[in-house]
Design a binder for this molecule. Structure first.
Ligand SMILES: Nc1ncnc2c1ncn2[C@@H]1O[C@H](COP(=O)(O)OP(=O)(O)O)[C@@H](O)[C@H]1O
Ligand SMILES: [Mg+2]
Length: 375
């Protein structure tokens, strides 16, 4: 591949800000190893652009590297910690320039060949920044506006999966205003359709933020109130007793699926701290399942990817309840360090991290060229 000018966008306004910094640190190292010129583009928690100088260092210093990430060998943590330590007392402004959220900084306008959007959660994974790059006519890695938006909204995602005949967990979508108006009626509906135990989730977050497991009917109200603080739409879902399996998908019109990986952890469910504290969870690739289940997982991963009209990459997460495979969710910008599940499943399937990054760039350029219906 020729040497390209690659913009990498990271940080952002979501609860997954630090995870994004870790993803970006890994990607920048891989891009530089491949000989590309990297233009780092940060977004602070308040939405301001952080550009020029060393935005990753600036944001890492600000985050004081309370660093999460499933960073098994600690490489990313170390890279970011080094950056942060060197500037313990420095301000963001001394390391980079900030520009208002509503502007388009010159770094975004000046001859980028392609952009890697390494943001997770709202304002990054949900189609908003993808729309900005569509308007600016800059190719970007990963899902387009529609697939990003559908993938971020659990209610719409489930409706689309259902319409495509994909197996999902029984659930109910509750509007916050209905809950506030008639909580008894909603509670009765939950009891009739989903029952307890159940999971209550805001429709639009990630990283398990705002999610609760409800063990008895009395706990339902608090769980819905919590989810309602994060979103207008709330999902109530039957609690399954299941293994958790993930599959990485890569491609545009002809996506391929990696070997599946199984997530295991000691806690009761895969909550925020289990996800991001070191040593709390493990990934086994390939997942120890029968060849038939493995086949099914890979087929369903590709089907879920196609169902939302995804492109580039996605990680599809499943529940395996006995022999029943259920699609839990699709993540259009999964955690993307070299030791994240997405990359590990590809590595186990024969695709190294730096080659994966190059392939994603190729796919972004291909998609950009094919836009508008040209054959
Ligand atoms: N219906 C369910 N039954 C059992 N566990 C669940 C259910 N829904 C979610 N969980 C647990 O909560 C975790 C986070 O839920 P998920 O829907 O994947 O949200 P997020 O987008 O925050 O990752 C899952 O990985 C799983 O451990
Ligand atoms: Mg999840």
């Amino acid at each position: 591949m020729p040497r390209l000018r690659v913009g990498v966008v990271f940080g952002g306004r979501s609860g997954e800000h630090e995870v994004s910094l870790a993803s970006a640190a890994s990607v920048i190292a891989a891009l530089e190893e491949r000989g590309h010129a990297v233009v780092p583009i940060g977004i602070a928690r308040n939405g301001r652009w952080v550009v020029g100088g060393d935005p990753l260092r600036a944001l890492a210093a600000e985050a004081r590297v309370a660093l999460p990430s499933n960073d098994a060998d600690g490489a990313v943590k170390k890279a970011l910690a080094d950056r942060a330590e060197a500037v313990e007392s420095a301000s963001v402004e001394s390391l980079a320039r900030t520009e208002p959220a509503g502007s388009l900084p010159p770094e975004l306008r000046q001859g980028l060949d392609v952009v890697m959007i390494m943001l997770h959660g709202p304002y990054g994974e949900d189609g908003t920044i993808q729309g900005l790059f569509e308007l600016a006519d800059v190719p970007y890695v990963g899902a387009g506006v529609l697939a990003s938006a559908v993938g971020m909204d659990k209610a719409t995602m489930k409706a689309v999966f259902q319409a495509h005949g994909l197996p999902i967990v029984e659930h109910l979508v509750v509007a916050r205003h209905e809950w506030r108006r008639a909580p008894e009626r909603i509670a009765a509906r939950v009891a009739e359709t989903v029952g307890v135990p159940c999971f209550v989730k805001p429709a639009n977050l990630g990283s398990s933020v705002g999610i609760s497991k409800v063990r008895d009917a009395e706990a339902l109200a608090d769980a819905i109130d919590l989810a309602a603080r994060h979103d207008r739409k709330i999902i109530v879902e039957r609690a399954v007793r299941a293994r958790e399996i993930e599959v990485s998908v890569l491609g545009n019109d002809e996506p391929i699926a990696s070997l599946p990986g199984e997530i295991s952890y000691d806690g009761e469910w895969y909550d925020y701290s289990t996800k991001y504290l070191e040593g709390q969870s493990r990934l086994t690739v390939p997942a120890p399942v029968s060849p038939a289940i493995m086949q099914k997982l890979r087929e369903l991963a590709v089907a879920a990817f196609r169902a939302i009209d995804c492109s580039g990459m996605a990680r599809v997460d499943f529940f395996l309840e006995g022999d029943r495979v259920l699609v839990n969710e699709i993540n259009t910008i999964p955690g993307f360090t070299a030791t994240s599940a997405y990359a590990k499943m590809w590595a186990a399937s024969g695709l190294r991290y730096s080659a994966l990054v190059d392939r994603l760039i190729e796919l972004a350029l291909e998609r950009h060229q094919g836009k508008g219906g040209a054959p």
